[in-house]
Design a protein around this ligand. Structure first.
Ligand code: ATP
Length: 321
C-alpha cells in the first residue's frame, strides 16, 4: 500500500454499528483458486449514498451478491439493517430493494406483466393497490410506453429500468444497485441520478456500484474503493478528496520554463492542458509563485485545485513499485 493510500484511509469516518445500514466483517469469497473478495470490512452508513468503486474484476458484484444473500460467503459475516444474514433474511430482505445482474424476469411476458408478478410477491402490497403501484413504478423509470412489450425484446437499458422499477416497488430502507447505468444512454443515466437523489432525500440508504468515476462523484456521499478483492479505502467522499494531495494550477505563457524552474528547486510540476500543475505535498502555493516570479516566469493565474476522484482512484489502485 502506498503512502497516499494510507493517508486517505486515515480520513475515513467510522460510524458505530447502529448507524450502519449494512456491514460486512472479514467478508471473503473464493472460487477455486480465484479470490474474488479478500476479507472486506464494509461499512454503509444509514442515509448515505455509498459508491462501491473498482476496476473490472475487483469484486464489486461478488460483494453485493453476498450482501444480498444471493451468494454465500466463503467466510466472514454480513449484517443488513442491524440483523445478521442469512439468519434474518426473511425479516430484512423485504426492506431492501436490489438491482443486480440478471434479474429473473420472464422473457415472454411484457415488462408490465413481469412487474405485476414481482409486486404479487411483495409482502407489503395488497391486491387492489398492485396495479396502480406497478404503473407508477413503470412511469418512474421511464418505461410506461414500452410496458406492454415482451421483455425478450427489451434493450439492455430497458432491462435495467425494469430491474430498477422492481427494486423500487415499495419504499425501502436500503436500495442496492449494481452498475445501474450499465447500458443506459445519457438521458437514462441522468434519470438514474435523479432517482438516487430522490431516494437520498427520502432518507433511504443507497449502495451503488460503478466503475464510472464521474457517476460516483456526482451521486455519492461516501465511497468504498475495491481493488483486487480488497477494500483499499472507504469514507466520506468529500473527506477523501480533501485528504488527497493538493495541487496548484498555474497559468503562464511559459509552461515549459515554469516546469524547468520548479524542477530546479526540487518541486514536482508538469504541463497539463496548457497550464502547469504543481504538486503541493512538500511546498506551499506562495513559495511556488515566489520561485516562478524570481525565475522570471510570468504568472497569469494560480489556483488551488481539489483532487478529483480520478486522481484519488489512480493513487489507490496503482501498483506498489
Ligand atoms: N461464479 C464465479 N466463478 C468463478 N469466478 C468468479 C465468479 N464470479 C466472479 N468471479 C471472479 O471473481 C473476480 C471478481 O468478480 P466480480 O464480478 O465480483 O468483479 P466486479 O468488480 O463486479 O467486475 P465487473 O466490473 O467486471 O462486473 C473476478 O476475477 C471474476 O472472474
Amino acid at each position: 500500500m502506498t503512502k497516499a493510500v494510507e493517508a486517505v484511509g486515515a480520513a475515513a469516518t467510522a460510524p458505530t454499528a447502529g448507524e450502519l445500514a449494512a456491514r460486512t466483517v472479514g467478508l471473503r469469497k473464493s472460487y477455486g483458486r480465484t479470490v474474488a473478495v479478500a476479507g472486506v470490512d464494509l461499512a454503509v452508513p444509514r442515509g448515505g449514498v455509498v459508491g462501491v468503486l473498482g476496476p473490472n474484476g475487483s469484486g464489486k458484484t461478488t460483494t453485493i451478491r453476498m450482501l444480498l444473500g444471493l451468494t454465500a460467503p466463503t467466510s466472514g459475516t454480513v449484517e443488513l439493517l442491524g440483523h445478521r444474514l442469512p439468519e434474518h433474511s426473511g425479516r430484512v430482505l423485504p426492506q431492501v430493494g436490489a438491482l443486480v445482474e440478471g434479474p429473473g424476469f420472464h422473457p415472454f411476458l411484457s415488462g408490465r406483466e413481469n412487474l405485476l408478478r414481482c409486486a404479487a410477491m411483495e409482502p407489503a402490497l395488497r391486491g387492489p393497490e398492485i396495479r396502480g403501484v406497478v404503473e407508477q413504478a413503470l412511469d418512474r423509470v421511464g418505461l410506461g410506453a414500452a410496458a406492454g412489450r415482451r421483455y425478450r425484446g427489451y434493450s439492455l437499458g430497458m432491462k435495467q429500468r425494469l430491474g430498477l422499477a422492481a427494486a423500487l416497488l415499495v419504499p425501502r430502507e436500503l436500495v442496492v444497485l449494481d452498475e445501474p447505468t450499465n447500458g443506459l444512454d445519457p438521458a437514462g443515466t441522468r434519470e438514474i441520478r435523479r432517482i438516487i437523489a430522490e431516494l437520498h432525500a427520502a432518507g433511504t440508504t443507497v449502495l451503488v456500484s460503478s466503475h464510472l468515476l464521474a457517476e460516483i462523484e456526482a451521486t455519492c456521499t461516501h465511497v468504498a474503493v475495491l481493488h483486487r478483492g480488497s477494500l483499499v479505502a472507504q469514507g466520506e467522499l468529500a473527506a477523501m478528496l480533501d485528504a488527497g494531495a493538493p495541487h496548484l494550477v498555474v497559468s503562464t505563457s511559459d509552461a515549459s520554463g515554469a516546469v524547468t524552474t520548479l524542477s530546479g528547486k526540487g518541486v514536482q510540476a508538469r504541463e497539463e492542458a496548457g497550464a502547469v500543475r504543481v504538486d503541493l505535498s512538500d511546498v506551499d502555493s506562495a513559495e511556488v509563485v515566489a520561485i516562478l516570479v524570481h525565475g522570471g516566469i510570468p504568472v497569469h493565474e494560480a489556483r488551488l485545485a481539489r483532487t478529483g476522484l480520478e486522481d484519488l482512484f489512480a493513487r489507490l489502485t496503482e501498483e506498489e513499485l
